[in-house]
Design a protein around this ligand. Structure first.
Ligand code: FDA
Length: 452
């Protein structure tokens, strides 16, 4: 058993943890990063599967994500645009496919009018939300105690309009059914990305990718830390008090003045805190849960949809794969589709055998792009639900009523323990940008405390 002493111990080598560690070192503090997995990156994971380079976790960078863009530039990484030439496709409740351009789905004029009005209304409501303090909105309690589904039902009887507007937050972002999270949580999601319209606009929210993969961000940050990063070191016990912390991981114990928990909040209770965390944290952490989505990768010998004039951008709340895109790698002749199967649909297909599940998912892709979609040369499902050190995707959100009740305390330090993770972010919430922002914030707080 190795025993070391540092100024700060950081639990988790994802984007948040590696950012915090670098910031602390720049300020002259010594660090140790303890990572449970045998790799850095957490929910960022670029890997080669059957000869195809795949972004198993996060991958897209949007124009509002300043902290991530700064980090990418500072690390000398290059970005490229997602392929978006040609028409998108939409499948309506009757199973009919329509090709379209622009952002608004090709629905009947009356439904389109309602969708446009709802988007405008949600933009106005989002503009009133401070992403750093959504709980301080004057109507926070009211907005937090009505589900997004309930709010939409109050606004319109048009089921297709409701299904489509819900999709932008439910299936596509929080990856929970719209009855399972509040309207305040939905507005926070939108405010964290700049506006509700930004979530409607796939060209905005899924804009750029990093050449070679987004996992390089935490990897390059970890490289700068050298021997201060310890892999295969899940922290099991964290002793804490006025004099500091002792983090006991497999194979290593770190004594430090401060700790940063840079892991998904649903995993805090995998650590034994001695003494236990206060009542507020015990309660609050039970109201946060991970959403769930399967990210499907299908690689073909060529991007055949482009020959049909399609961008591959596809949406339907009525399809197993509720959204899909061209995900071909930079400079790769092959064509890659990425598709998403979210929340209850994902539960449903995991009741099938792997072969049946693949067949069902490819059938859904064939509805968008034709029968050629059924024959990829490489097929892979990212299943973060089985990952012990993540347990879902993309991130955690509060249950009904949780955000206004607990939100203000979610990243407040407890004694020497600080909290940093994309799941706790204001701007960039649920995204790598938010992880970097939270890593910077926790580091700055500790630097300030250590100087006072
Ligand atoms: P993260 O979970 O990455 O890191 C926490 C680390 O702590 C992990 O490495 C974990 O192993 C470790 N850990 C946990 N418990 C521990 C313990 N007890 N001891 C030691 N270590 C422990 N974002 C985006 O910006 N664009 C996108 O396109 C996408 N798409 C996307 C797709 C999929 C499939 C996923 C799963 C996620 C995304 N995201 C995304 C979200 C994005 O990936 C995510 O928000 C950040 O990577 C989270 O970074 P953190 O550092 O906050 O947590």
């Amino acid at each position: 058993m190795t025993e070391i002493t540092r100024d700060v111990v950081i639990v988790g080598a994802g984007a948040a943890g590696t950012t915090a560690a670098n910031e602390l070192k720049k300020a002259g503090l010594s660090v140790a990063v303890l990572e449970a997995r045998d790799r850095v990156g957490g929910r960022l994971w670029t890997d080669v599967v059957d000869g195809a380079t795949l972004e198993i976790g996060g991958q897209w960078v949007s124009p509002d994500q300043d902290a991530l863009k700064e980090t990418i530039a500072e690390l000398g990484l290059e970005t490229y645009s997602r392929y978006r030439e040609g028409e998108s496709v939409y499948i309506g409740p009757d199973g009919e496919l329509t090709r379209f351009t622009g952002e608004i789905f090709p629905v009947a004029p009356a439904t389109e009018k309602i969708m446009v009005e709802l988007i405008e209304k949600l933009d106005r409501m989002t503009a009133e939300i401070d992403p750093a303090h959504p709980w301080s909105h004057p109507d926070a309690e009211e907005l937090d105690t009505i589900s997004f589904e309930g709010w939409l039902a109050r606004e319109t009887d048009d089921q297709e309009a409701r299904d489509n507007i819900a999709l932008f937050i439910a299936g596509a972002m929080l990856t929970k059914p719209a009855h399972a999270f509040s309207t305040l949580q939905a507005l926070h999601m939108a405010a964290s990305a700049g506006s509700f319209s930004n979530l409607v606009d796939a060209d905005f929210i899924l804009d750029k990718r990093v050449v070679g993969g987004l996992q390089q961000v935490p990897q390059l940050l970890a490289e700068r830390l050298g021997d201060d990063v310890h892999l295969d070191a899940p922290v099991r016990t964290l002793r804490w008090g006025a004099e500091g912390v002792v983090a006991e991981a497999e194979g290593i114990t770190v004594r430090a003045k401060y700790a940063i928990l840079a892991l998904a909040p649903v995993l805090y209770d995998r650590i034994s805190f001695v003494p236990p965390l206060p009542r507020r944290q015990h309660q609050m952490h039970q109201h946060l849960s991970m959403g769930f989505v399967i990210k499907v990768h299908a690689v073909y010998d060529r991007p055949f949809w482009r020959e049909q004039g399609l961008s591959a951008t596809a949406f339907s709340p009525y399809e197993l794969c509720h959204e899909a895109y061209d995900n071909s790698n930079h400079g790769d002749e092959r064509g890659t589709l990425v598709a998403f199967v979210s929340d209850k649909h994902a539960d449903g297909v995991f009741e099938l055998s792997a072969e049946e599940r693949k067949e069902r998912i490819l059938e859904s892709l064939a509805h968008y792009y034709g029968p050629e979609a059924k024959n990829p040369v490489v097929y892979y499902e990212s299943d973060w639900g089985t990952e012990e050190w993540t347990r879902g995707a993309y991130a955690a959100s509060f249950d009904l009523g949780g955000l206004h009740r607990y939100g203000k305390d979610q990243s407040a330090p407890v004694g020497p323990i600080h909290f940093a993770c994309s799941d706790l972010a204001g701007l960039g919430y649920q995204h790598v940008d938010g992880a970097i922002r939270m890593g910077r914030l926790a580091a700055a707080d500790i630097v300030e405390r250590s100087r006072s």
